[in-house]
Design a protein around this ligand. Sequence first.
Ligand code: B1M
Length: 231
Amino acid sequence: MSDDEIILSELPDDELVQQMHDDLYDGLKEEVQEGTNILLERGWVPYDVLTQALVEGMRIVGEDFRDGILFVPEVLLSANAMKAGMGILRPLLAETGAPKQGKMVIGTVKGDIHDIGKNLVGMMMEGAGFDVIDLGINNAVEKYLEAIEEHQPDIIGMSALLTTTMPYMKVVIDTLKEKGIRDDYIVLVGGAPLNEEFGKAVGADAYCRDAAIAVETAKELVKRKHNVNAG
Ligand code: B1M
């Protein structure tokens, strides 16, 4: 059967998820949107659609990008398809009615334009009851400082996907230290090339491996901060 003849709504769940991985790989935005809607109609919870259909699909794209099988223009199409699927899930993840937890400013650091992971963290944080101010991509330290001044967040989140841009997180944290305001905020960092050790080395409060861990860590650290302030 050729791809044209595949009717997504007729596929069983596991085959539909496989097909969505293929469609994401091929950058087929409308098909990814359709697949997302079908899984939701079948009663899938948004988080499972996100992780099993979209994030897993992007992991496969990442492998072939690394191995030189896919190139930037193709990966851009995949990223757009992924974003289209995320756009459907975003309001569903946000409307959990979770009690207000605090405020987060988040952005991808200077020199880096990857934003899917950062967007995902923002979505999940909103769903968990945080107000999220998204600074977008390619943020110099001044952008973080302006946002901190304007929004007075509890948490500053930074994302980096490149080994060449992740050291910039230290520039931001060191600047906060120089200004004597580092300890006023919880600083969380994340992104595929980072690890726990790196998070410690740059002086972050925590490294978050994924969006779910970012939410758990944020909740825990905000609670701890409030307890300290109350005591
Ligand atoms: Co680029 N890219 N890319 N890319 N890209 C990577 C990162 C790479 C690993 C691919 C590879 O070679 N295997 C590689 C980096 C190698 C390295 O540094 N060692 C790479 C490269 C080299 C490049 C370019 C230099 C390619 C070129 O131009 N020759 C270029 C750089 C541009 C720049 O930034 N200056 C480039 C460009 C692009 C595209 C524009 C084509 C596109 C980005 C589109 C977009 O984001 N709008 C792209 C993509 C899509 C990828 C891969 C394939 C996928 C990234 C992604 O979205 N993953 C990526 C391969 C990979 O990561 N394995 C790759 C899905 C997302 C859900 O996961 O972002 O890891 P992730 O986020 C996770 C966690 O990391 C964590 O939670 C998220 C959700 O669970 N997390 C946080 C992330 N941020 C967080 C912040 C937090 C907490 C947790 O704050 C508290």
